[in-house]
Ligand binder design. Sequence first.
Ligand code: CA
Length: 259
Amino acid sequence: MVDGGTAGTPGRSPRSDEPARPGSGQRALVVEDEPELARLVGSYLERDGFEVTVVHDGLEAVARSREVDPDVVVLDLGLPGLDGVEVCRRLRTFSDAYVVMLTARSEEVDTLIGLSVGADDYLTKPFSPRELMARIQAMLRRPRPLGHAAGGLDTDGGTSLLFGDLAIDLDGREVWLEDRAVPLTRTEFDVLATLARRPGMAFSRRQLIDAVWGPTWVGDEHLVDVHVGHLRHKLGDAAAEGRYVRTVRGIGYRMGRGE
Ligand code: CA
């Protein structure tokens, strides 16, 4: 089956002087109808400090998501009840959880990216649980606002960025458009914040992937376009071009001032 099993650090008990594990205090939901794979993924997440809930079908996944309010969802595409695409769509109506979708064939990923289902990342089976954990950890370690890196010197709202009528609160991870809160997923926020922190810079898709998904991410870079499309929609921009997220032809994207 999948690589890994209990290799690594079996039986090691957590010690109080260890640094906080990436998932400490966070909740993960595993949605997978193969019991052995669900158990394995769950055990890796628990080892990383997550509070794990495992469910085996799509309808249950949506119901439990409302109760658990997970930070991370590992979601199989092929499920009894509702399939992963529909679960993700429903999840997105009330959750900004980080969603990694598991697919049986790599060709499915292109289709899923085209469908704009709203997953943050994709992994094709069979995969290594370590690869899955590395992707989740990369997401959870995404660069935090500069104010934190500088030792908290940046106070008095100094981590808010303004672009015309658009305000981005980097610390609070909130976005306001004309005094109206704009609900973004984690990935949408991180794409926007990456562009906004360097407003003069045109980012290639690969540079955005390095910043948001992590430099080890491998896959179809048009995943970026899908998240930009969602962002533009939520910011009230035209699908093809945005006032805030602007296309730089032949390169990628840069921040606009809302004009
Ligand atoms: Ca399945």
